[in-house]
Ligand binder design. Structure first.
Ligand code: WQD
Length: 319
């Protein structure tokens, strides 16, 4: 919206809240149209395309908890893969063939080497990652079958943080699986300490290394990808990361530096399925999209902490 786009949001609210729409309106760029519904509802999709002059789609509607995907593999395949197939068919019926797709670095599995380039082998290690790879394969098939399709597959590394206004941010339901929201909940007293899953990895300090990217940089990467599709008229598969690896303990130290809040922690055994080190090669994003992440780790921490406090204060905490 800030970039001048008029948008329609379709969301089934299975992991979000409609109050976000009103808070988006408070950011000064208008209020997006909101349709509550499911990406698997073909009739609803046809209705949305028929009633709005849609020229492009950004598809974020996916379940994304690795651990949960082991218990709910069929649900993940139905929602993530079935939903993407349903959306692509509706787009085809509407003659809209420009799509930016939210993929994930989990399609690389356990990497042979870091930084990870887009040409690295693809091998998933959980149903969530597999669902993302199946979506990529489907959309590549569309691109190959009909050159009118322009698809950008964006492989997110570890998105964290929140908008600096404190108006919008992530709100995981239940106890967060991911590191940053767990840290902010320790900082706000919801947990006595951070559980550090393993300190015996072959990394700088033994803890897991990841490529944390500010969610605002991630959003700008989507706009750059959309511009690329418009200007180049062809698709692309590209990493969205900073190219810098940060360990768990380095993130904890950065959080305290940025906020002044200490984060007590205890070392626990490794979490099954975790890889030691994962961070992006960012050359293609710069060469093709002219995009690179700008915001430092301290901004990610400060913005995540501000959002934790404002969403707590507003009582908007996901119960
Ligand atoms: C990061 C590091 C943990 C929690 C996730 C998922 C998926 C994907 C993004 C989209 C690891 C350690 C974590 C905690 C810890 N989303 N950790 N204590 O596992 O890299 O991947 O990223 O695709 O959500 O694949 O992210 O934040 O769970 O873990 O020590 O309480 O922090 O061991 O080293 P991950 P994460």
């Amino acid at each position: 919206m800030q970039a001048g786009w008029h948008i329609v949001v379709l969301d089934n609210l299975c992991n979000s809240e409609s109050s976000t729409i009103q808070r988006l309106g408070a950011m000064g760029h208008g209020v997006p149209e909101f349709v509550q519904g499911d990406v698997r509802d073909a009739a609803l999709l046809d209705k949305v395309f028929a009633s709005h002059p849609i020229t492009a789609v950004m598809h974020f509607a996916g379940l994304k908890a690795v651990g949960e995907s082991w218990q709910q593999a069929a649900r993940y395949l139905d929602n993530n893969v079935g939903g993407t197939a349903c959306l692509a068919a509706a787009m085809e019926r509407a003659g809209v063939r420009r799509l930016v797709f939210s993929s994930s670095a989990t399609v690389y599995g356990q990497p042979d080497a870091v930084p990870i380039a887009e040409s690295a082998p693809l091998r998933t290690t959980n149903p969530y990652g597999r669902s993302k790879l199946l979506c990529e394969d489907m959309l590549c098939e569309l691109r190959a079958a009909d050159s009118r399709w322009q698809v950008a597959l964006l492989r997110y590394f570890n998105p964290v943080g929140a908008h600096a206004s404190g108006l919008i941010g992530e709100k995981p339901s239940g106890i967060p699986n991911n590191l940053m929201p767990y840290i902010t909940q320790v900082a706000s007293g919801q947990h006595p300490f951070l559980r550090v899953f393993g300190d015996d990895y072959p990394t700088v300090d033994g803890t897991g290394v990841r490529d944390y990217i500010h969610v605002v940089d991630l959003a700008k990467g989507h706009l750059a990808a959309l511009r690329y599709l418009e200007q180049e008229g062809k698709g692309i598969t590209v990493n969205l990361g900073t190219g810098r690896g940060v360990s768990v303990l380095q993130l904890v130290a950065a959080f305290t530096r940025a906020t002044g809040v200490p984060i007590p922690y205890q070392i626990l055994p490794r979490r099954p399925g975790d890889v030691a080190s994962c961070y992006a090669a960012t050359d293609l994003a710069w060469d093709a999209l002219g995009w690179c992440a700008q915001l430092p780790i301290e901004a990610m921490c400060a913005d995540a902490w501000r959002w934790e406090r404002t969403s707590q204060a507003a009582g908007n905490v996901h119960d």
